[in-house]
Design a protein around this ligand. Structure first.
Ligand code: GLV
Ligand code: MN
Ligand code: MN
Length: 411
């Protein structure tokens, strides 16, 4: 069993076939959740699941779960997502889903029957780029958000999540929350620069940092750009600029583990010679330390109140996502670390900067993640790249970790 290895070429072929759906310039993908492109990707993955003889279920928020029904008891689960940001790469999420299928095919071909079912989840809207919050499908899967609330969430382009699920044919019947798996492990690219910088090939991921997402709406007074004296203006765009700079400076002041991003700004009416009437901006604020994250949120709120008053605009903030830092299960982390070492790989313990479906599964079962290097630390970028060798060896760590998890008694 120790010598069992996945088929790296087959894994790459599937990654490239999925990436051939909705390609964008530069080699990446645009497959926003529940769009026609997402449907096409889902259909392809379902075809592969059928080829492997998996029992496939679609739940009420469109999570696709494929189960290889061997052994007995709750399954050892892996998986991730196939939705992408608008300028996504080929590997973010896709690797975790396709490596799961590869693990199953490898075991089937070798005639190895694990003592528990093996399942692969394709979770809806992990990115949260079209429907907030992120990790939406896995959050509902574990009971962290009600189905009704999830179905009513509106996309950034308008439609309701429930209606988009119906439209693409992925409004399933399986209820949520679902029965917790025996254990969960997710293979993912690091999406950051640390492994490459350290010359270490893999990460045994210890947890995920806390995430705070808000949308800030600023209402001012629209007026003529040529005739309105500066002292009479109530310009929302000035507040956007001030808030963006405040976030940037706050992150530098807090240091190391604090990151802040303004990734989306919309201005209305967005014309050269009109002082804007309204602006909306997103605030993405993350820290591994919950206390520091709260402090950051408080400072940001009070700055917004002050600057709003000073500029004579009204401001309102809406929470889009708020997840505390997550600690993964030490037993699963250690199993990953041991298998990476046994396979002759270099591996380090590390937290995740990005959000992942595993952080939701961690609420209901022993969970951890495996990271591979990301070239130049690039992700959420069409140039995202991980070498075929790293993908293959990462999937081998996943294979052996899943086999050990099936034999591990966590009670
Ligand atoms: C999800 O990918 C996130 O971390 O934003
Ligand atoms: Mn991802
Ligand atoms: Mn992502």
């Amino acid at each position: 069993m120790k010598s069992l290895r996945i088929n790296g070429q087959r894994l790459m072929d599937r990654i490239m076939a999925l990436a051939a759906i909705s390609p964008i310039e530069g080699g990446g993908n645009c497959r926003l959740a529940l769009t026609d492109e997402d449907k096409e990707g889902r259909d392809l993955v379902v075809t592969w699941m059928k080829d492997l003889g998996l029992e496939i279920s679609i739940d009420v928020v469109g999570n696709i779960i494929g189960v290889w029904n061997v052994g007995s008891g709750a399954s050892v689960m892996t998986g991730s997502h196939i939705d992408t940001v608008r300028t996504g790469g080929k590997y973010d999420g896709n690797l975790g889903v396709l490596a799961g299928l590869e693990v199953i095919e490898t075991l089937q071909q070798a005639g190895v029957t694990p003592s528990r079912p093996i399942s692969v989840g394709v979770f809806t809207d992990e990115e949260g780029a079209r429907f907030a919050p992120d990790m939406l499908g896995s959050l509902v899967f574990v009971g962290g958000l009600s189905v009704e609330e999830a179905l009513d969430i509106r996309a950034i382009d308008g439609p309701r999540l429930g209606d988009e699920l119906q439209r693409i044919g992925y409004a399933g019947n399986t209820p949520c929350p679902q029965r917790p798996p025996h254990a969960f492990v997710e293979l993912h690219i690091e999406q950051g620069p640390l492994l490459e910088a350290n010359g270490v090939r893999f990460g045994a991921v210890t947890g995920v940092q806390g995430i705070s997402w808000q949308e800030l709406t600023i209402i001012g007074q629209s007026n003529h750009a040529g005739t309105t004296p500066m002292r009479l203006r109530r310009d929302p765009v000035v507040v956007v600029a001030e808030v963006a700079k405040f976030l940037h400076d706050l992150a530098l002041r807090f240091g190391d583990n604090q990151v802040c991003t303004v990734g989306k700004i919309d201005v209305h009416p967005s014309l050269i010679n009109v002082v804007a009437a309204k602006a909306t901006m997103t605030l993405d604020v993350r820290n591994t330390d919950e206390m520091l994250l709260r402090k950051a949120e408080e400072e940001i709120s009070s700055f917004i109140a002050d600057i709003g008053k000073r500029e004579g605009v009204t401001t309102s903030a809406r929470t889009l996502a708020r997840f505390e830092p997550v600690q993964f299960d030490q037993r699963v982390i250690d199993i990953i670390h041991r298998h990476a070492t046994d396979l002759g790989e270099t591996v380090q313990f590390m937290p995740s900067g990005a959000g992942h479906d595993a952080q939701m599964l961690a609420r209901v079962c022993p969970t951890a993640m495996i990271f591979t290097q990301s070239k130049d630390g690039l992700s959420h970028n069409a140039a995202e790249y991980t070498s075929p060798e790293d993908l293959e060896d990462g999937a081998n760590i996943l294979l052996h970790t899943m086999l050990t998890l099936a034999e591990t008694d966590f009670s």
